[in-house]
Design a protein around this ligand. Structure first.
Ligand code: G6P
Length: 503
């Protein structure tokens, strides 16, 4: 049976068990509490509270085999041009791992090591200077990963530098970031794969003028010439990236320069080691015991089997509060497609809307809807076993809440009063990190990356292009003159709005 038929049969599979309460599925097969769980290094994940059974899982693993998922994973690591619409290799794994003998992957790994050496030298030279603050200017993939990593991994003690992030083209963002900073003690890193992104070029110009010149300006780009020309930055202060790294997969490259400045180069390399550990697991482990396969197939089940339209990510750790922002780009920019790589319609639903936030705060905002709303929202709960904060009673309370929520979501609670009844049947995966370290954090992000790629294989879509974001950019550049002068817009509604904006 081909993948398309297997995919469309997931609905029938789901129909078989959809009306069996999740709590009953678990009670009928209590061994799933152990059997539906995996550990990979510092990460433990338990899928027992997903609304499937062993037969459904068998169908999902058969689906993965029918798209040759293991050999296509190898194709990614080997640097085959799997980004078909742009004719590119996709080698973010070569930034942290050396798992392939293919010459193109070997060459990419060598380039990555060389860039890392230069990055260490730049970190050291900045550390030896009088600079106290770094402003990282970038957006999308050139912002979200470093911003998350710095927030997650900066310890309670101040590091060598304070690292600030500037992404939004809204001038209030620049105003806020620069307030209180001293230009004489600040350096700026302009990060842009293309060096053609409007937001980054405008904010970069603000930084250059505010710093009073280009002396403390650094850049990271795949377009070194453009970076050098447009901002007069000398080559020794520009770190490279390459067209074989997608923006949303790039924090492992020199795009991670702000991470290395915030937590140190050694800790940055530990982050890469954690991702490398996950890479080796995902590449070398059979699907049935492979964490990325479990994660990806669970997402496909919730989307195409059960038909759930959104997915939440709920870290029970304040340090991971930006994870949902990061995953929104990783997952939704990668999988937000309606046509297959050959241009034909996908024929099934693809990416759900990803959203979330940190517990326990979110319990007091949107959890009501998750417990009793009419839409069922599958969720990844992420907890940390060992706390590093000095308040053990708070950590126990945090963990109790995580356990309580996932249990209540699954089991619900009957009541004669419909207002006080909980239907249950809300599926969750619980992911636990031994501790939040650069390694475990790197492994976690690599897990999500691989899960995204595996989902794209099942749907037959290209996870590595993002043409959908281009149209808005084109229209914006057409409309800019209309805001600056008298030019008119063709669209009648835009014209009416322009009249208001020009008042
Ligand atoms: O790194 P840059 O070239 O400046 O691109 C920054 C971002 O902008 C684009 O709109 C893409 O949608 C993102 O994938 C990319 O990460």
């Amino acid at each position: 049976m081909d993948a398309a038929s297997r995919l469309s049969q997931l609905r029938a599979q789901a129909g078989r068990i959809q009306h069996t309460p999740l709590a009953k599925l678990i009670a009928q097969d209590p061994a799933r509490a152990q059997d539906f769980a995996l550990r990979v290094g510092p990460i433990y994940a338990n899928f027992a509270r997903q609304h499937y059974d062993r037969d459904a899982l068998a169908a999902l693993f058969a689906l993965a085999q029918s798209v040759d998922a293991p050999s296509r994973l190898k194709a990614l690591f080997d640097g085959e041009k799997i980004n078909l619409t742009e004719g590119r290799s996709v080698l973010h794994t070569s930034l942290r791992s050396d798992l392939s003998d293919a010459p193109v992957a070997k060459a990419a790994h060598a380039q990555a090591l060389e860039a890392r050496k230069r990055m260490r030298e730049l970190v050291d030279s900045l550390a030896a200077s009088g600079i106290t603050d770094i402003v990282s200017v970038g957006i999308g993939g050139s912002d979200l990963g470093p911003r998350l990593a710095v927030d997650a991994l900066s310890g309670p003690k101040p590091g060598r530098f304070r690292v600030h992030f500037l992404s939004n083209v809204d001038g209030h963002a620049a105003q806020r970031v620069l307030a209180g900073l001293d230009p004489a003690r600040t350096a700026a890193v302009l990060i842009s794969k293309t060096f053609g992104t409007q937001e980054t070029l405008l904010n970069g110009a603000i930084l250059r003028d505010w710093l009073g010149g280009t002396e403390r300006l650094y850049a990271v780009s795949a377009n070194v010439e453009r970076a050098a020309q447009s901002f007069s930055i000398p080559a020794e202060r520009i770190l490279p990236m390459w067209d074989w790294v997608g923006g949303r997969y790039s924090l492992w490259s020199a795009v991670g320069f702000p991470i290395a400045l915030a937590i140190g180069m050694d800790a940055f390399e530990q982050l890469l080691d954690g991702a490398a550990q996950m890479d080796a697991h995902v590449l070398h482990t059979p699907a049935e015991t492979n964490l990325a396969f479990w994660h990806a197939l669970t997402s496909v089940w919730n989307r195409n089997g059960l038909g759930y339209a959104t997915q939440a990510v709920l870290p029970y750790d304040e340090r991971l509060k930006l994870l949902s922002n990061y995953l929104q780009q990783l997952v939704m920019e990668s999988l937000g497609k309606s046509v297959r790589t050959d241009g034909s319609p996908v024929g099934v639903e693809t990416v759900p809307v990803w959203w979330g936030g940190a517990g326990t705060d979110t319990q007091h905002s949107f959890f009501q809807a998750l417990h009793q709303g009419t839409s069922i929202v599958p969720a990844d709960f992420i907890g940390v076993i060992r706390a590093d904060a000095p308040y053990p009673q708070n950590h126990r309370a945090l963990q109790a809440n995580l356990l309580a929520q996932t249990e209540a979501f699954a089991n619900g609670q009957a009541s004669d009063d419909p207002h006080r009844a909980y239907a249950g049947g809300r599926p969750t995966t619980t992911i636990l990190l031994d501790a939040l370290t650069p390694q475990s954090f790197g492994a976690l992000l690599a897990l999500y990356e691989h899960s995204v790629y595996l989902q794209s294989l099942v749907w037959g879509i290209n996870a590595f292009d993002q043409f959908g974001v281009e149209l808005g950019k084109q229209v914006a550049s057409r409309l800019l003159p209309a805001l600056e002068g008298e030019a008119q817009a063709d669209d009648p509604v835009t014209r009416a709005l322009l009249e208001q904006l020009r008042r």
